[in-house]
Design a protein around this ligand. Structure first.
Ligand SMILES: CC(C)(COP(=O)(O)OP(=O)(O)OC[C@H]1O[C@@H](n2cnc3c(N)ncnc32)[C@H](O)[C@@H]1OP(=O)(O)O)[C@@H](O)C(=O)NCCC(=O)NCCS
Length: 141
């Protein structure tokens, strides 16, 4: 884990500006997801995680009330340093704290190995979402 890495959780009202800036950089600018798909009605009811290294905001993710984890994004220059792991752990811990029995996510296929390291198993076949190949993964808590 990076020195000085901190993850905080908060509502969309608290974290929208910083979280959406990361998401637009990663999903819209880098991965070419259509901008109109990036923010949705689930943001307002989700718990959001924000990763910072000092003053720099470097990653985000969210937990929906139904146990779906999503919108996991780390800025390209900060990948491979434990930021995604810290975000995922924080969201899993929050799901456990809320008494959820399992967490589920729609993983981009390139990230299957990342989520598998944290105990997620794939279920069902591959499908397309926002123009990118995905598979559903789940983990019991
Ligand atoms: C997927 C993503 C969130 C991972 O974040 P990250 O900060 O690079 O991940 P970490 O450095 O915390 O990696 C944790 C572990 O997973 C491994 N890992 C990271 N990405 C991986 C991948 N794509 N496949 C397999 N293993 C991976 C790391 O090597 C590390 O292993 P270690 O603990 O043995 O060192 C990041 O690559 C990202 O934002 N990608 C672009 C957006 C995206 O595709 N998000 C996923 C949407 S489903």
């Amino acid at each position: 884990m990076s020195v000085g890495l901190a993850v905080r959780l908060g509502s969309w009202g608290e974290l929208a500006d910083k979280a959406s800036a990361i998401r637009f950089t990663v999903f819209v600018d880098e991965q070419k997801v259509p901008a109109e798909l990036e923010l949705d009605e689930f943001d307002a009811v989700s718990c959001h995680a924000l990763a910072q290294v000092g003053a720099a905001v470097v990653g985000t993710g969210r937990l929906l009330p139904d146990g779906h984890i999503g919108r996991m994004a780390v800025l390209a220059g900060w990948r491979g340093q434990g930021v995604g792991a810290a975000l995922l752990r924080a969201l899993i811990d929050e799901a456990r704290r809320r008494g959820m029995a399992r967490v589920v996510l729609n993983a981009q296929t390139h990230a299957l190995g990342f989520y598998a390291r944290f105990g997620f198993s794939p279920e069902g076949g591959e499908y397309e979402e926002a123009g990118l190949p995905h598979r559903t993964m789940h983990r019991a808590l």
